[in-house]
Design a protein around this ligand. Structure first.
Ligand SMILES: Nc1nc2c(c(=O)[nH]1)N[C@H]1C(S)=C(S)[C@@H](COP(=O)(O)OP(=O)(O)OC[C@H]3O[C@@H](n4cnc5c(=O)[nH]c(N)nc54)[C@H](O)[C@@H]3O)O[C@H]1N2
Ligand SMILES: Nc1nc2c(c(=O)[nH]1)N[C@H]1C(S)=C(S)[C@@H](COP(=O)(O)OP(=O)(O)OC[C@H]3O[C@@H](n4cnc5c(=O)[nH]c(N)nc54)[C@H](O)[C@@H]3O)O[C@H]1N2
Ligand code: SF4
Ligand SMILES: [Mo]
Length: 894
């Protein structure tokens, strides 16, 4: 055992479950484990949280500020930001500057950014990537409850018996909470899980019913449920009468479109029986939780989808009660904190928006703000449009990567390219967005920064620093306060710790708050530095009279609307457009189990890159047949906004005519795989959230002349990567080297490629058994160190990446070159390059299938034999899927 030097309780920086982590520092480095005392996870972590230690280290970090591509010191950088902003404000007004923030900032970072812009600089243009994520839920909550409040709490999971997942793949994206749901299902015969998703996601493995509905038809499905509840006489009239308004018109609109289950079945493209099953289960089971995420939010009618769901809960009185309620799953670790601070363009601060002048004035008073803004600013899509038009001339982007994650991603590039002042704060040296920065500011990241985050159940937890700042990196709040002071706003920004900022934020939440504002944590306003340091997880509201925090809200049937009553909203299913002849396939997008967003962090963890190593599109077998595509083929997807070049995955998890791409790959990891170039910027008119789940594409099979595997000691430079702009390139970091998979489409052969990459030959070794017609292998060794090795063939050459990775660590003798160019330790040995299913114990699908064939017929037996699934459990749905597939193969064969 390594001696533990320090042990720090902190919070996971990834998803909105907000798991507590116990990080230990030993002489050998940091190890992480779940915090058994944290109420979100009670000690469990998923595969991403478990692999956090692998993402640490200075390699690739932005360590020094940069101005116009040159390193500079902090005073120079801060002055350049302050003067740059001041000049633009002097010439064009405060409205010409903007900030684009992130749900991955800590509450304290968010608070000072919002205060600086909305109170001191006087620009309302502060928006965040939460616009791409939670905006529809925020708008839906405000319509229904009069405030942006998640009513329930995680403990409701253990008390619920029906779980309805709408547009949420919790098995991969909220895995620890999904584990809690699975445990309830296993322990209770009457517990059920229904998944509503056009795709058979990993979450469906645990479901009793999967409604594989037509994309975008959720409003109709829930309107149908409301009609059904009414028809069956299962409404809670007492609750409706006492605590709600607008029921009659909501029911009328539901009945108008969805009067019969048959109509719903046609519209949603589902069998009547399946719909009835869902409706009956919902009708019969009062202990029902409806959990929803991006399949709901990211739609042109995302807000209506949210209200269609909430309507059904209000109609049955299933809200504010143990084990029931509508439950929005937040995405990012602090999406909720950003909403509390008011970091969205249509909010001012602390759950105060622009609808109430008196409340607004309170903020000005509290901040003693010289330039309080008076009206909403640009929402994310509008903001980048304004940058493109030249109306916004300076943008400060903090902790988000819009060149990858915004719709019409190529237009975002063009807009940033013409923006006179682009300031980017990030942890890393190279991201697709940083490439456009005039000023680059090195930020602290998880493990270094200190502050608070709020998870999906309104629980505020501390993220605590455990490592020192790398290089000159600083906390985001610190950088923002430094800029504020350099702009002359020393009054409001003399903070010297995150604790002081938190205290002010807490005080504002309670400032003249007589119960109008749901968000109130005023009881935390007087925490001492030591108390802040030791703050235990606590759910808001936290007021003097409710010091312990209140787990579930609305138990008294009182809401934050003017009348105190919850509002039904009459919603109609929009007409769904059909794909055009030019772009005949629908395109969906989303997340993978082991990657986080644009991969800046998870892409560094070797084990996390093994689950899916390359960008891909999933096609239904019928579509694959129609286009003559086999699994692993290269496929070009295109439409008017852009194009992608990815591998084909073929699976009936898709509906035919529909395709799916992961959102993760950036130019740092692949040549043409940014999914967002294919999404137009259609937004929900109420929330401004873009429809990132539905686009249309044309598809074409691409056949490369050459397939190449390239391993290099150092990552390719941006110039070298540019050589592949018209070809396929995907990068996978290994421990000692980088590995690249390449498809050369036309006009380049491997020898020319080596030339164009300007690889310094050193002592080059060439395998004489291959020539440039059938194959080509080459490597370079310098100072007894392998520099690169390349394997080219007309088909994929089979090599052993792990063995090659080892060759980069040892001193290398050119005598070994023939073996090196064979690409493996032993010609006769089998190589298993199949998908890594269990990342914790490196167990691949081939080994699992072999074990199943040899009689392991349960996840428990597989775990005993191979260890897979016995640590974090994130792969259990896939193990079940393999079991089901392999066992049905054997039974068919029998
Ligand atoms: N592994 C991992 N986990 C993450 C993240 C990550 O990057 N990686 N990101 C975090 C963040 S920020 C977020 S916002 C959450 C998102 O969590 P989720 O919302 O679960 O994530 P997605 O995979 O984007 O989308 C969920 C599902 O919506 C479905 N869908 C598409 N269209 C429709 C539709 O019209 N109706 C319905 N009902 N469903 C539809 C998709 O097929 C997909 O399976 O995940 C968080 N957790
Ligand atoms: N097609 C499609 N597009 C989508 C989605 C989808 O489902 N489909 N989902 C959308 C959603 S829900 C979301 S949330 C977004 C996410 O998209 P982004 O926010 O763009 O993705 P990230 O990779 O999380 O970007 C975070 C950036 O901040 C940096 N960073 C990390 N920690 C810190 C820190 O502490 N300080 C600073 N200054 N920088 C830091 C990281 O290195 C990284 O560059 O993508 C959206 N885009
Ligand atoms: S479920 Fe996984 S990613 Fe989400 S907070 Fe927990 S450990 Fe982190
Ligand atoms: Mo998100």
């Amino acid at each position: 055992m390594n001696d533990i030097l320090t042990r720090t309780l902190t919070t996971c920086p990834y998803c909105g479950v907000g798991c507590g982590i116990c990080a230990s520092e030993t002489a050998k480095g940091v190890t992480v484990a779940g915090d058994s005392t944290h109420p979100a996870n009670f000690g469990r972590l998923c595969v991403k949280g478990s692999a956090l230690a692998q993402t640490l280290g200075d390699k690739g970090r932005l360590l020094v500020p940069q101005l116009n591509g040159e390193n500079c010191d902090w005073p120079t950088a801060i002055n350049a930001v302050a003067e740059g902003l001041q000049q633009i404000i002097a010439q064009h007004g405060a409205g010409a500057v903007a900030m684009y923030l992130s749900g991955q900032l800590l509450t304290e970072d968010y608070y000072v950014a919002n205060k600086l812009m909305k109170g001191f600089i006087g620009s309302p243009h502060v928006d965040t990537n939460s616009r791409l994520c939670m905006a529809s839920t925020v708008a839906g909550h405000k319509r229904a409850f009069g405030a942006d409040v998640v009513p329930g709490c995680y403990n409701d999971i253990e008390q619920a018996r029906l779980f309805v997942l709408v547009g949420a793949n919790m098995a991969w994206n909220h895995p620890v909470l999904f584990g809690r749901i699975q445990a309830v299902i296993q322990a209770n015969d009457d517990a059920r899980l229904v998944v509503i998703d056009p795709r058979r996601s990993a979450s469906c493995e645990a479901a009793q019913l999967h409604l594989k509905l037509r994309p975008g038809s959720d409003v109709l499905l829930f309107n149908g449920l409301l009609s059904f509840l009414a028809e069956q006489g299962k409404l809670d009239h007492r609750f409706i009468n006492l605590h709600t308004e607008g029921f009659a018109s909501a029911l009328a609109s539901a009945q108008q479109q969805a009067s019969t289950v048959e109509l719903v079945a046609t519209g949603c493209d589902l069998p009547v029986e399946q719909i009835l099953q869902f409706y009956r289960w919902f009708t019969e089971q009062p202990l029902s939780l409806t959990l929803f995420s991006q399949g709901v939010n990211q739609a042109i009618d995302g807000t209506d989808k949210v209200n269609a769901i909430i309507n059904c809960h209000l109609a049955t009185g299933r809200i504010g009660k143990a084990g029931s309620g509508p439950f929005s799953l937040t995405g990012q670790p602090n999406a909720m904190g950003g909403r509390e601070v008011g970091g969205l363009a249509n909010q001012l601060a602390a759950h105060i928006d622009y609808s109430d002048k008196t409340q607004q004035a309170l903020v000005g008073e509290f901040w003693q703000a010289p330039n309080l803004v008076q009206q909403p600013g640009f929402k994310a899509v509008e903001l980048f449009d304004a940058i493109e038009r030249g109306e916004v001339k300076a943008v400060w982007i903090v902790a988000t990567n819009p060149v990858v994650s915004m719709p019409q991603a190529d237009r975002i590039k063009a807009a940033l390219a013409r923006c006179p002042l682009v300031i980017v704060s990030d942890m890393y040296q190279h991201t697709d967005t940083l490439a456009f920065a005039t000023i680059k500011l090195p930020a602290l990241g998880w493990s270094e920064k200190d502050g608070t985050v709020t998870n999906s159940e309104r629980c505020i937890s501390r993220q605590r620093a455990l490592l020192p700042a790398p290089g000159q990196a600083k906390a985001d709040w610190q950088i923002i306060c430094d800029v504020a002071r350099a702009m002359g706003f020393s009054q409001g920004f003399n903070f010297s710790s995150a604790a002081q900022i938190f205290a002010e934020h807490a005080a504002l939440s309670g400032y003249k708050n007589k119960g109008q504002r749901a968000f109130n944590i005023s009881a935390l306003a007087n925490l001492s530095a030591a108390q802040y340091q030791q703050l235990n997880p606590v759910q808001w509201p936290v007021t003097e009279d409710r010091l312990q925090g209140t787990a579930r809200l609305f138990a008294d049937g009182e809401f934050f609307t003017a009348s105190g009553k919850a509002q039904f909203v009459a919603v109609y299913q929009r007409t769904l457009s059909l794909p055009s002849a030019a772009t005949p396939l629908l395109l969906n997008s989303g997340r993978l189990r082991d990657q986080w967003h644009t991969m800046t962090r998870t892409g560094r963890a070797v084990s996390l890159m093994q689950h899916y190593s390359e960008p891909f599109v999933t096609l239904h077998p019928a579509d694959a047949a129609l286009y003559g595509i086999a699994a692993g083929d290269f496929v070009q997807l295109s439409n008017a906004s852009g194009q992608m070049l990815v591998r084909a995955e073929i699976s009936d998890s898709q509906r035919s005519g529909e395709t799916f791409v992961p959102m993760h790959w950036s130019a740092q990891f692949a040549s043409q795989a940014r999914a967002d170039v294919l999404f137009a910027a259609h937004t929900d008119p109420i929330s401004g959230q873009p429809a990132l789940k539905l686009s249309q594409v044309a598809l074409r099979r691409m056949s490369p002349d050459w397939q190449i595997l390239l391993f290099t000691r150092e990552p390719l430079s941006p110039e070298q990567q540019a050589v592949f702009s018209q070809h396929y390139l995907a990068r996978m970091p290994l421990a000692n080297c980088q590995s690249y998979r390449v498809g050369l489409m036309a006009g380049l052969d491997p020898m020319q490629l080596v030339q164009q990459l300007q690889f310094i030959p050193g002592v080059t070794c060439r395998d004489s058994r291959h020539d440039a017609l059938t194959g080509y292998r080459a490597a370079a060794v310098e100072n007894k160190q392998l520099q690169w090795v390349l394997f080219a063939g007309t088909d994929l050459v089979e090599v052993d990446p792990l063995w090659l990775n080892q060759q980069f660590s040892a001193s290398f003798s050119t005598d070994n070159h023939l073996q090196l160019l064979s690409g493996r330790a032993d010609q006769s040995g089998a190589i298993d390059n199949s998908a890594l299913i269990c990342s914790c114990f490196s167990v691949r699908s081939k080994a699992i299938c072999r074990a199943i064939a040899n009689g392991a017929d349960s996840t428990a037996k597989l775990g005993k034999l191979l260890q897979c699934g016995t640590n974090c459990g994130s792969c259990l749905p896939e193990l079940n899927q393999l079991l089901r597939q392999q066992l049905s193969l054997t039974s068919e064969g029998a």
